[in-house]
Write a protein that binds this ligand. Structure first.
Ligand SMILES: [Zn+2]
Length: 255
């Protein structure tokens, strides 16, 4: 059966695309095992192949559903539970120039966000601390002291390029949510209770800082390298022109 094309974003490569029959598959199976607690049930899966040729990854979701009879056939009714099997986490792909330890903490925090929010929050906090140490060069025993030092440096203008007052504001806003503030004031190894929403807020803060700090610095550096290269080429061309003119002058005086 043909599907109605729909808009979708691939979690592997972040590319927006329209999903059609050529990149989509879905299947439903009624489970014939009497009536479990949920009534008539079945399982279904759907798979989407990314249309971006350089990605081409498969996103796979498996669902436990209720079933009903429609036109004499068993069909899927309502979803009871769903598991996204591929990709195995909601982590967004991050570029290689972000230190591997930070990317690993981020990816693992995303992986366990729903099953263990407090472990996810602990990993996210360690990642945030790692970023402040690596990117901002501030290292203290408690994360809260590092954030306070970062704020002072932003205020007196000695913070690294790209660390804006808004960033410190965002960190402070996250600190104000539930137990996360207490989390930042305690020892790094201490696990504090948080709910999935709080862990998600920390994960989103990390994604924002990856973008605003590491990605922005990389783009800046690339632009600077390009400008320097163009300048060097122009300088070389001017030098060559001057040398040619001197040669011509020499040629006319010796004639
Ligand atoms: Zn993709």
């Amino acid at each position: 059966m043909a599907i109605n094309p729909f808009e979708w974003q691939c979690s592997f490569c972040n590319q927006h695309q329209v999903v059609t029959d050529s990149t989509f598959a879905k299947s439903f199976k009624k489970l014939y095992l009497g009536k479990p607690r949920a009534g008539d049930v079945g399982v279904s899966f759907y798979a989407i192949r990314c249309a971006n040729p350089s990605c081409n990854e498969l996103t796979l979701t498996f669902s436990y559903v209720t079933a009903k009879v429609h036109n004499g056939d068993w069909v899927e009714n309502a979803e009871l539970q769903s598991w996204r099997l591929l990709p195995d986490s909601y982590a967004k792909p991050q570029p290689d120039y972000i230190p591997i330890a930070l990317r690993d903490d981020y990816r693992e925090a995303c992986l366990i966000r729903d099953k263990s929010p407090k472990s996810a929050a602990t990993l996210a906090r360690r990642c945030l601390q790692g970023m402040i140490r690596d990117f901002c060069g501030i290292s203290k025993s408690r994360l809260v002291d590092e954030i306070n030092t970062l704020r002072e440096r932003v205020e007196d203008g000695s913070a690294p390029k790209g660390v804006e007052p808004e960033t410190v504001e965002a960190i402070d806003a996250i600190r104000g949510i539930g137990n996360i503030g207490a989390h930042m004031e305690r020892d790094i190894s201490l696990i504090v209770d948080v709910d999935p929403g709080e862990a998600q807020a920390l994960i989103e803060l990390i994604e924002m800082l990856f973008e605003e700090w590491y990605v922005a610095r990389h783009v800046r550096d690339e632009k600077l390298t390009r400008v320097k290269m163009i300048a060097a080429e122009k300088a070389a061309a001017i030098q060559a022109g001057k040398a040619q003119m001197a040669q011509q002058k020499l040629a006319t005086t010796t004639d």
